[in-house]
Design a protein around this ligand. Structure first.
Ligand code: SAH
Ligand code: MG
Length: 217
């Protein structure tokens, strides 16, 4: 566990509190702490977030970038995962584009980043995870995977992003449920397990459903 970082910017915390999303504060604080640590370990290379949604988790990472003079790249197609489409439990009708009836979280993300004043430390990339990973192809200080939770999407995320974590860099994964009773399994089975079982990563933190692994140097 790295040392205590300076407290989060108060204005930023106010924006987090009103931003739609799925990141509990204790897990967000852990992401921020490990983000700062990742920038200390790997001097070039951004934090890459897969699954921006409206920016709730992005802001924790943006504050890490601000503290450590790093940068965040956040990736999403902004059409919503399968499990947050209309009719599903976590669907939010206020992120549907009334013109088309499809989800579009990009305007929400843009407003979040603007309100928090972090547009200078966050680059927004709109696209499918697998395609963006192939285009980016660079070493990351930290990768945070919180994208699609279907079997195939989680598999593609693992294949795409795990290789991009620099030696000594960090791999954070959200919604990891070792016990099937706690929730869907793809992030556990397709991302977390293969990373650990490869022998290339060691687990260094667990907060709620967030897991943080380091790539062995
Ligand atoms: N990190 C956010 C929540 C992310 S929800 C928070 O904590 O608030 C998951 C997001 O992943 C959705 O916005 C969805 O559009 C995106 N997503 C799902 N599958 C994707 C894929 N294959 N490529 C890009 N984005 C994807
Ligand atoms: Mg999540």
């Amino acid at each position: 566990m790295p040392g205590e970082p300076p407290p989060i910017d108060a204005e930023l915390a106010d924006v987090i509190a009103v931003t739609r999303g799925f990141m509990p504060d204790d897990e967000g604080a852990a992401l921020r702490r490990w983000g700062i640590e990742a920038f200390a370990r790997v001097d070039s290379g951004p934090i890459i977030e897969v699954g921006s949604y409206c920016g709730r988790s992005t802001l924790w990472l943006a504050d890490a970038a601000r503290v450590a003079r790093g940068h965040v790249v956040t990736v999403d197609h902004h059409r919503g995962s399968e499990e947050i489409q209309p009719g599903w439990e976590h669907h939010d009708p206020s992120v549907v584009d009334p013109r088309t009836g499809r989800m579009d979280t990009l305007p929400h993300l843009r407003r979040t980043l603007e309100a928090a004043g972090v547009e200078d430390v966050v680059t927004v990339v709109v696209g499918r995870s697998g395609m963006v990973g192939r285009l980016l192809g660079r070493r990351a200080a930290m990768v945070f995977i919180d994208g699609g939770h279907g079997d195939e999407e989680a598999r593609v995320d693992a294949e795409t992003w795990i290789p991009l974590v620099a030696p000594g860099g960090l791999l954070a994964i959200h919604d990891v449920h070792p016990n099937p009773a706690d929730g869907g399994r793809p992030p556990y089975e397709r991302i977390y397990r293969p990373a650990l079982d490869s022998g290339e990563f060691t687990e260094i933190d667990a907060v709620g459903s967030l897991r943080v692994l380091e790539r062995n140097a």
